[in-house]
Design a protein around this ligand. Structure first.
Ligand SMILES: Nc1ncnc2c1ncn2[C@@H]1O[C@H](COP(=O)(O)OP(=O)(O)O)[C@@H](O)[C@H]1O
Ligand SMILES: [Mg+2]
Length: 382
């Protein structure tokens, strides 16, 4: 169920998904299709060529994620693995499907040179994939996308904040503390209202505006107690950490810039009336992106050293400044048109950063990523 239905608890959604009504709705909306039907979606973008003559070919292990909620007979046509597979097929690159969730994952991994995965955005999967990529990359010498460094900083707002500070990137003034005494000092220092976030969360589900001191004190007492505070995930509590961020009160939009190699895409996102959170609201506008924002996004991506990165920026008119809201290894990709200017889909060519140009074309971002990953592997191994 998409972000429009975020107010429905996950437990209720799970029950709804089992109903015939939901199945019919998914098939009608084409959010679930049979595997043999996916070409009609994938072919919305032309074939992408590797553009390289490989003397030796890698064996690519594709990890399937983003499964269809209707189960094994169906696929989710938006799933990234379908695009990774399409790229391998079109470029005659050997691949197999690697089930990293099974106990034999280490023996299975031996078959592959490259391992690629669009990781699931939930704490359980993140914990699993981070543990295993550490082994695959550092001990078994596999070429992984995401790398350990990339996955370590993904879906963890505390870790991302440590990196922004280390690299002196323009983040919104933020404090992360694991100290209860300091937590009380911080809330007074930042002032009200302030923003607080759980480490992992998407579509604004873990983001709250705290308006009064009594609300803040109650929250701190729950976080720094034996059980911690409930989060959107029934199996995870917010325990012994507090993320406090200044509220930017004059921001009217989020600007999302997505980067893969020397290509940039992006669009604007707007909150619903009466809310300040654009993430998950589903209101997007595709139009030209200012060059200073593009340059900032490139700087952020280079410093954070991520091969694929969505940089979300917030603009404060008062301060005449872009701030980083968050950076994500993966963003949801619904179409091969992630940048559209005056009705023309395309991308910004960043190969000369002093002369950024718009170029026409339709691409699956996931195919651009696997192209870069295979090229990088080849350069390293030939
Ligand atoms: N400090 C802030 N000041 C004003 N608005 C904010 C601030 N932080 C986040 N927002 C708004 O809330 C939304 C969700 O925050 P974000 O950190 O991106 O969480 P999520 O991971 O759920 O997308 C953002 O898209 C932005 O519109
Ligand atoms: Mg966000």
């Amino acid at each position: 169920m998409n972000s429009k239905y975020q107010f429905i608890p996950e437990s209720v959604k799970r029950l709804l998904r089992k109903t015939g009504f939901y199945e019919k709705r998914s098939l009608r909306n084409r959010t679930a299709v049979k595997y043999y039907e996916v070409d009609s979606f994938l072919n919305e973008a032309p074939v992408l060529n590797l553009g390289l003559e490989l003397k030796e070919k890698p064996n690519v292990g594709i990890i399937k994620t983003q499964e269809s909620v209707l189960g094994k007979d169906y696929v989710n046509p938006k799933a990234s693995w379908l695009r990774y597979e399409r790229f391998c097929n079109n470029n005659d690159i050997p691949y197999g499907f690697f089930d990293i969730t099974r106990s034999n994952w280490m023996t299975e991994a031996e078959k592959y040179d490259i391992i690629i995965c669009h990781t699931e955005s939930n704490p359980a999967y993140q914990e699993m994939i981070e543990s295993k990529i550490y082994i695959l990359e550092n001990l078994m010498g596999k070429f992984c996308f995401p790398s350990y460094h990339e996955v370590w900083q993904y879906e963890n707002k505390n870790r991302a904040n440590y990196l922004y500070k280390h690299y002196d990137l323009p983040t919104i003034p933020t404090y992360v503390t694991q100290n209860k005494e300091e937590a009380f000092d911080l809330i007074d220092k930042v002032g009200y209202p302030y923003i607080t976030k759980t480490t992992i969360g998407a579509g604004s589900t873990g983001v709250r505006k705290i308006k009064t001191r009594s609300e803040a004190v109650k929250m701190i007492n729950s976080i720094f107690c034996h059980n911690g505070l409930k989060t959107q995930y029934p199996y995870q509590r917010q325990k012994d950490y507090l993320y406090v961020q200044k509220f930017i009160d004059d921001a009217t939009f989020d600007l999302r810039i997505m980067l893969v190699g020397n290509m940039a895409f992006g669009y604007y996102r707007y909150p619903n009336k009466g809310d300040f959170r654009a993430s998950g609201a589903g209101n997007t506008e595709k139009k030209a992106i200012p060059e200073d924002a593009l340059r900032l996004a490139v700087e952020v991506r280079n410093k954070l050293n991520s091969r694929q990165m969505g940089v979300d920026l917030l603009y404060s008119g008062k301060n005449k400044k872009y701030y980083i809201i968050e950076t994500s290894l993966f963003n949801q990709i619904d179409t091969p048109e992630q940048l559209v200017i005056d009705g023309v889909p395309g991308y910004y060519d960043l190969s000369d950063i002093d002369n950024i140009r718009f170029k026409e074309g339709k691409f699956w971002v996931q195919e651009l990523v696997i192209r870069n990953v295979i090229t990088e592997w080849y350069e390293k191994n030939r």
